[in-house]
Structures are given as structure tokens and as C-alpha cells.
Design a protein around this ligand. Sequence first.
Ligand SMILES: Cc1cc2nc3c(=O)[nH]c(=O)nc-3n(C[C@H](O)[C@H](O)[C@H](O)COP(=O)(O)O)c2cc1C
Length: 242
Amino acid sequence: MSSLMSSLTSSLHRAFSSRFFEFRLFKFRFFKAVSAVLLAASLLRAVPAGAESIALPPPPTGKEGGMSLFEALWKRSSQPGGDFPAGALDDKELGAILWAATGLNRGEKGWTVPMAMGLEPYVRLYVARDDGVFLYDWKEHALKEVSKENIRAKVGAQSFVRTVPCILILAADAEGLSGFREPDRTAFACVAAGAMTQDVYLAAAALGVGARYIHSMNRDAVAEALALEEGAFPLCLMLLGK
Ligand SMILES: Cc1cc2nc3c(=O)[nH]c(=O)nc-3n(C[C@H](O)[C@H](O)[C@H](O)COP(=O)(O)O)c2cc1C
């Protein structure tokens, strides 16, 4: 009798566990699909209709020579603010750095940085230069023009930031993070920004480009200049020059 009871209990347990597992899997897949649709819509909203698109040269494959990852790790450092190089990056250098930060590296669904649940990148990467502000479109490996305004002088809280030729601005994407609640929401955005900015540091070191992470910024001015929607928020800057 007791062995009958125990086999009944374990069968029930197995059935319940597998149903429960299937339900959780369904919830996970449903959430991923909804998030992907919302994120695609949100990226479209981040750029004005008919925005100019600038194709970037393909990123280095690693077979083109250059520095090894470990050499780049030995060289990684922050360029001192008072001694920031004023030379602009060419499209190949910028494209390589943006790709390192959040480019596709495995077909349609795999990026150089990890994202929670394998979701599409929910931290946007903007580029502020003399000729305007651009959003990095990782799907097309291209820059999408957001505005023609030169906002470099107003984003940083430190005076040397004004003259830096290329400023990356990382901003959390409201739609992409909409499936998460606090504290996960902010934590996931910051983890992604940390991975992205370290990849920027390493790619910049490998290319001989000066880079510096910046937390002190004029957040309201940045949010306004990028026309960030409610729930989206600026995370940090990465300065680049050579
Ligand atoms: C979370 C964080 C915030 C930072 N914020 C600023 C900043 O607002 N302004 C600045 O000039 N540097 C900032 N930095 C750069 C650090 O000052 C720099 O990384 C530090 O001096 C160490 O130098 P290293 O990167 O060459 O190792 C920040 C770095 C980190 C990790």
C-alpha cells in the first residue's frame, strides 16, 4: 500500500512539474516575443521618419591582424580628461567600436554583449559629433540620424567634455526593459552599459583611440537632446578621440 502511495505521489509530482515547466516556458517565450516586437517599434520611434542612414564599414574579423584581446587588456585605460585628443574617428574606427559595444556577432540574434534572457539590446547607443546625433542601428550596422544639432557642448558636466570630437551616449530603452520591474530594470540596464563600455575601452585600446567613461553629465539636457520617451533614461557617456 505504501509503495502504491509513493509511486502515485511521484507520478503526480512529475506531471505537475512538467506542466509547471511547460507553463513557465510558454510565459518566457511569450514575453520574449512581445519584448522583441516592442523593442523593434521603440527603435523605430527613436529616429525621425525618413532619417538619413549612414552605412558603417564591416567590423574587423580578427583575421586582419591587429592586437590580441590580452594585449588590449594590458593597454586599457582612461584617457586623462585634460589631455583628450581632438582628432575625429573615421567610419572604420567608429564602426568597429560601436560593433564591439553592441554589434551582432551570431546571425540575427546574438550580440557582442550579453542581454537578460537573450533579449535584443535594451540599451541604446547614440553618437554625438559635430555633424549631429546618430543612433547606432545594430541590425544594419549603420548610423541613423536623430538630429543635425551639435550637442557636445551641453551633455557633460565637466568642461573638457565640450571639445571631445566623438561622444557616445548610452540610454536605457523604456520598451526594451518594460518586462522587468525595479530593482531588476535598472540593474539590467547598468549591467548592459558596463559590458558595453568595457568593450568600447578594449576596442579603443586595440585601435589606438583614446577613451574615457563619464558618469557626470547633464541628464536633463541629454534626455531632451535625444528626445527620450518617458521611462527611458541616460546611463553614461564614453568619450572618444585620437
Ligand atoms: C562608474 C564610473 C564613473 C566614472 N565617472 C567619471 C566622470 O564622471 N568623469 C570622469 O572624468 N571620469 C569618470 N570615470 C573614469 C574614472 O575616473 C577612471 O576610470 C579612473 O580614474 C580609473 O582610471 P582607468 O580607467 O585608467 O583605470 C568613471 C569611471 C567609472 C567606472
